[in-house]
Design a protein around this ligand. Structure first.
Ligand code: PLP
Length: 456
C-alpha cells in the first residue's frame, strides 16, 4: 500500500465521523487499516495491533470469518435485495426473526429490522409513541433517558443520548425527550453504599415522572451498562428499582443493547443481568459482528400485539429493513456464537479473567478505579493514587492524558478507547486467556509510558 497517497486522498475527500479534521491533519493523517484476523488488525504499513475495541464494540466473533463472507456471497448471488413493504418477505429475514425470538427473553416474539443502532432507537421512539396513540393515551409522549448515554447520531438517537457535546450542535434534544442522572456510583455515590446509591439513582426516574405528570411518560430508555459514556456499570439494585418504577407508572422499559447484546456481557442480551423486564430491546453491532450493517428492535408481545391487532399501518420503515444479505450474515454470526459457546465462555472464563486482570492494573500508580462486566472494562487514569476523576483532582484537561495514553497504546500494538481519563476495552469475544495476558502486558507498558510523560 502507498500509505501517504491513501492519507492524502482521505484528507482530500473523506469526512470522518466524530473527528476534528484539522487535528487529524496535524497528526499526519489517518491510519489506514487494511486487514483483520481474529483479535488482530494490520495497518497499511504492516503494523499489527490487538483490537481491544472489537472495531467499535461490534466484531464479537473476531475478524477473518470466511463463513460469514460465504453466507453473504451466497445470499448476494441468490437474492441480493428485496423489500418487505409490498406484502413480501425474504428467507434470511424470516429465519433471523424466528431465531432472535428464540434467543431473546420470553416476552419477545417479534422484531423490526433497521440498518443501524441509531435507526433502531429512532424506531423505538416512533413505536413507543404509536403504541400509546393506539392505546388511546397520545399524551404519553415523553421518553426519559440519561445524561451521558449514547443512543446514536440521528436527530432522535442523539437526542435520546445524553452527550452534552452532541446536544450543543444542532439544537438538541428534539422535543419529547428529557434526561435524568446516570447511575455512576463513583461520580454521585459519595457517602452511600452502592446498594443505596442504586435505589437513589433509580429514584431520579420516579422524580421525573412525578414532575412531568404520571400520564405523560411513555418510556424509559437505558443501556444495561453505559458503553460510550465510559463503561458505567450500575449497582445491582438499580435496574430492579427502575423496573419497579416503570411497572408502577405503566412506563415502557427500553433496553438499548446495541453494545450489550450478543454476548458482550456474558449473556445473549444484557437485560438478562438487569433483574428487570424490558418491553423493547434495540440492537445492532454484535448481531452481525459488524461484518455488514444491521440493527433492529425486539418488541415484547404486550406492545407487538397492540400494534398488530389494533395499530393498522405503522408508517415507518427503511429500504433495507430485513436486508437479506445482512440477515444471512447475522444467521451465520449467531451460529458461530452458539457453536463456539462464546457467550458462555465470556460468562464463565474470559470475562472473569479480564476482570481479574483489570483489578490487577489498579496497582499501577496512574490507575484509580477499574470496572469490568463480561468483555467490557474501563479504568480511570488519576493524578494521585487514591483520588478519583470525580473529586476535583483531575488532570489539567489540556494535557489530554487519555488521548496521550491512547496514542501510546496504538503505537505499542493495542487499541483502547479514551473517554476523558477513562480508558476502555471491549475486545472480541474470541479473545483467549493468553491473548488477554498479551493485551494486559501492553496496557501496563503503555501506562508506564504515559506515567513517564506526565513526570517529564
Ligand atoms: N446505542 C448504543 C448503546 C451505542 O453504543 C450505539 C453506537 O455506538 C448506538 C446506539 C448507535 O448505533 P449506530 O452507530 O449503529 O447507529
Amino acid at each position: 500500500y502507498d500509505t501517504q497517497a491513501l492519507q492524502r486522498l482521505d484528507s482530500a475527500h473523506y469526512l470522518h465521523p466524530f473527528t476534528d479534521h484539522a487535528q487529524l491533519r496535524a497528526r499526519g493523517g489517518a491510519r489506514v487499516m487494511v486487514r483483520g484476523d481474529g483479535i488482530y488488525l494490520w495497518d497499511s504499513d504492516g503494523k499489527r495491533v490487538i483490537d481491544g475495541m472489537s472495531g467499535l464494540w461490534c466484531v464479537n466473533v473476531g475478524y477473518g470469518r470466511d463463513s460469514i463472507a460465504d453466507a453473504m456471497h451466497r445470499q448476494a448471488t441468490t437474492l441480493p435485495f428485496y423489500n418487505s413493504f409490498f406484502n413480501t418477505t425474504n428467507v434470511p429475514a424470516v429465519r433471523l426473526a424466528a431465531l432472535l425470538a428464540e434467543l431473546a427473553p420470553p416476552q419477545f416474539r417479534h422484531v423490526f429490522f433497521t440498518t443501524s443502532g441509531s435507526e433502531a432507537n429512532d424506531t423505538v421512539m416512533r413505536m413507543v409513541r404509536r403504541y400509546w396513540d393506539v392505546m388511546g393515551q397520545p399524551q404519553r409522549d415523553v421518553i426519559v433517558s440519561r445524561h451521558n448515554a449514547y443512543h446514536g447520531s440521528t436527530m432522535a438517537g442523539a437526542s435520546l443520548g445524553g452527550m452534552a457535546g452532541m446536544h450543543a450542535q444542532g439544537g438538541l434534544p428534539i422535543p419529547g425527550i428529557v434526561h435524568i442522572g446516570q447511575p455512576s456510583y463513583a461520580e454521585h455515590g459519595q457517602g452511600m453504599s452502592e446498594a443505596e446509591f442504586g435505589i437513589k439513582a433509580a429514584g431520579w426516574l420516579e422524580e421525573k415522572i412525578l414532575e412531568l405528570g404520571p400520564g405523560k411518560v411513555a418510556a424509559f430508555i437505558g443501556e444495561p451498562v453505559q458503553g460510550a459514556g465510559g463503561v458505567i456499570i450500575p449497582p445491582p439494585t438499580y435496574w430492579p428499582e427502575i423496573g419497579r418504577i416503570c411497572d408502577k407508572y405503566g412506563v415502557l422499559l427500553v433496553s438499548d443493547e446495541v453494545i450489550c447484546g450478543f454476548g458482550r456481557l456474558g449473556r445473549w442480551f444484557g437485560c438478562e443481568l438487569m433483574g428487570a423486564t424490558p418491553d423493547l430491546i434495540s440492537f445492532a453491532k454484535g448481531v452481525t459482528s459488524g461484518y455488514v450493517p444491521l440493527g433492529g428492535v425486539l418488541v415484547a408481545e404486550r406492545v407487538a400485539q397492540v400494534l398488530i391487532e389494533k395499530g393498522g399501518d405503522f408508517n415507518h420503515g427503511f429500504t433495507y429493513s430485513g436486508h437479506p444479505v445482512a440477515c444471512a450474515a447475522a444467521l451465520e454470526n449467531i451460529r458461530i456464537l452458539r457453536d463456539e459457546r462464546l457467550v458462555e465462555r465470556v460468562a464463565q472464563e474470559t470475562g472473569p479473567y479480564l476482570k481479574a486482570g483489570f483489578a490487577d492494573l489498579t496497582s499501577h500508580p496512574l490507575v484509580g478505579h477499574a470496572e469490568t462486566c463480561g468483555m467490557v472494562a474501563g479504568l480511570d487514569l488519576v493524578r494521585r493514587k487514591g483520588s478519583s476523576v470525580h473529586d476535583g483532582e483531575r488532570f489539567d484537561p489540556s494535557l489530554a492524558v487519555g488521548m496521550v495514553c491512547r496514542g501510546h497504546m496504538f503505537d505499542n500494538g493495542v487499541i483502547m478507547r479514551a473517554v476523558g481519563e477513562r480508558m476502555i476495552v471491549a475486545p472480541p469475544l474470541v479473545m483467549t486467556r493468553a491473548q488477554i495476558d498479551e493485551m494486559l502486558e501492553r496496557i501496563r507498558f503503555c501506562l508506564d509510558l504515559t506515567h513517564a510523560d506526565l513526570r517529564a
